[in-house]
Design a protein around this ligand. Structure first.
Ligand code: ACO
Length: 331
């Protein structure tokens, strides 16, 4: 069971360097027109000096400052990344260290681009199990490190960034109707292998660098199916108080357009910022929530559906009753 929680802080951190579609024209045989038309992507942030740990810590620090919760009250940190610098300790452990939080539960979850929803629901559940009053949920990805910059079919799609939320136990639940799902990826439609490592007991290994490998059309079919299916399930759960806004995983604008048409919804109900960031994997939903709030699109009183989908093949959803007032009103 999840603790009844409210979101009190939201923040993002993206690397400074912006790479445009036109910049990519000099790396691979592509064009701004092809990328824009097929994906909606215009620019992405790419790490130069930044690390996944560093941008995660920065987003978490800003979200915590916004929440007004003292660091020592944080009882749980759940982080997610598929592109972190270290196998261990966890990204959550590194964020804990950076924020100088002396005692809390800290762990990572891995669920591809759905990682943030898995992390969010895990954090709220751990708050209940461990009787903790506040949690940080943070996603951070440097997709550029696992992108094959000679492969035009994937390198145009991804970007780097981090986003974080701070949860606080509340009287009434504002995080509702959790859905976490997975179906086996029998055709390996999205895989990033680890490099093989030789030991004194193994045979010789292939030490070639490994990158994101994706069967784009299959991912597209999977994504539209679960986006639509999860939205329908959340709508049923909401009953007479429907969600009115949707913050989906930002993988490709065409996935969202497809579902808008198939469900006969209004495009204005969907928050879309993929043009500026490309697909930042698990970080895309918290970055989108942050931008949605900062731009005034998301306001206190809004009921918003979150939907994620990604490698695994995983998917997930939840509904949030947003309570943070419009940024201009909080000043
Ligand atoms: N620039 C120019 N041409 C390109 C590029 C490029 N960057 N990439 C592929 N092409 C070419 C192909 O080589 C192909 O050429 P051909 O017809 O001569 O063989 C042609 O464009 C069409 O290729 P398709 O792969 O069929 O293009 P499609 O319309 O399916 O679009 C895309 C590809 C954008 C990847 C689409 O399949 C897609 O968005 N799939 C979803 C993938 C996704 O969202 N992944 C995110 C990661 S996982 C996640 O977040 C869940």
């Amino acid at each position: 069971m999840m603790a009844p929680v409210q979101i009190l802080g939201v923040a993002k951190c993206v690397p400074e360097k912006i790479v445009t579609n036109v910049d990519l024209e000099s790396l691979v045989d592509t064009s701004d027109e092809w990328i824009s038309k097929r994906t909606g992507i215009k620019t992405r942030h790419v790490a130069v000096e930044e690390t996944a740990i560093g941008i995660a810590a920065s987003a978490a620090r800003d979200a915590l400052a916004m929440s007004g919760i003292p660091a020592e009250e944080i009882g749980v940190i759940v982080a997610c990344t598929i592109t972190g610098e270290e196998l261990t300790p966890s990204l959550a452990g590194r964020v804990q260290k950076a924020l100088n939080i002396s005692n809390c539960a800290a762990m990572d979850v891995s669920a591809g681009c759905t990682g943030f929803l898995y992390a969010l629901i895990t954090a709220a559940s751990l708050m209940e199990t461990l009787h903790k009053d506040a949690a940080i949920v943070v996603a951070s990805e440097l997709m550029s490190k696992y992108t094959d910059w000679t492969d035009r079919s994937t390198c145009v799609l991804f970007g780097d960034g981090a986003g974080a939320l701070v949860l606080k136990r509340s009287e009434i639940a504002h995080l509702l109707y959790p859905i976490l799902d997975a179906t086996p990826d029998v055709d390996d439609v999205i895989v990033v292998k680890k490099e093989e490592r030789a030991t004194p007991f193994s045979g010789p290994v292939d030490d070639k660098k490994e990158y994101i490998r994706m069967k784009g059309a299959d991912v597209f079919t999977y994504a539209v199916g679960v986006l639509e299916g999860t939205l329908r399930r959340l709508a049923e759960q909401c009953g007479e108080k429907p969600y009115t806004k949707i913050v989906p995983h930002q993988a490709n604008e065409k996935i969202i357009d497809f579902v808008v048409r198939s469900m006969r919804m209004s495009r204005e109900q969907f928050f879309v910022n993929i043009a500026n960031y490309a697909n930042t994997s698990s970080a895309s939903i918290p970055i989108a929530l942050c931008d949605a709030w900062e731009s005034g699109w998301l306001n206190a009183g809004d009921r918003v559906a979150l939907v994620g989908f990604g490698s695994g093949l995983t998917s997930g959803g939840a509904v949030i009753d947003w309570t943070i007032p419009n940024k201009n009103e909080t000043k």
